[in-house]
Design a protein around this ligand. Sequence first.
Ligand code: IMP
Ligand code: MG
Length: 205
Amino acid sequence: MKRTTTRKGNKARGPLLRRRVPASPCPLFPEIERILVTEPQIARRVRWLTRQLARDFAGRDLVVVSLLNGTVMFLADLVRHLSLPLRLDFIGVSSYGAETRSGDLVFTKQLRLDVRGRDVLVVDDILDTGRTLKRVLAVLREHKPRRVRVCVLLEKKARRVENVRADYVGFQIPDLFVVGYGLDYAERYRNLPFVGVLRPEAYGA
Ligand code: IMP
Ligand code: MG
């Protein structure tokens, strides 16, 4: 029998249509284009970070200051694996303006613990333009801590406008809008266990 299947498909059955848009890895949220950082990758990196932190803050009077709300997952995983005595506080920062860009910053929760003379570890979800951390670090320094270090889950170097650097970085990522593992778009997707790329159509880009 003569073969009719070619690279273009089976002539008798019509052309083979290639799927242009890959299936979402997350059936519940088809707007998630792909997973950028998987759960096991996050878990391994968090363990690695906690080992660095345990070494660098051993014997110090440590206050971990976490920025709400994007750090929920990262912070929980980080501190539960951090074998150091520490205290935990939160600063609430919210940006008004376009939802995928950091607009005008508003403090929704102030620091409560006294950090004067103490070591502070600021934990944030993502260092993007650097505007948020720059403002937060300026506020923190008014409280005269002994030293301030910054730990972020993700860093997008390409979009930095402020001269801010993180001392501990989970992953460097390209200039993509990501959600999950605490990160949101319009307050959604924070509960995804991985970091995924949101299709630009989903935020009108
Ligand atoms: P920055 O002030 O531009 O450094 O932005 C920091 C804040 O912007 C983060 O804490 C996030 O809330 C938000 N952000 C920046 N990039 C992303 C992203 O890709 N996904 C979700 N939120 C982001
Ligand atoms: Mg945030």
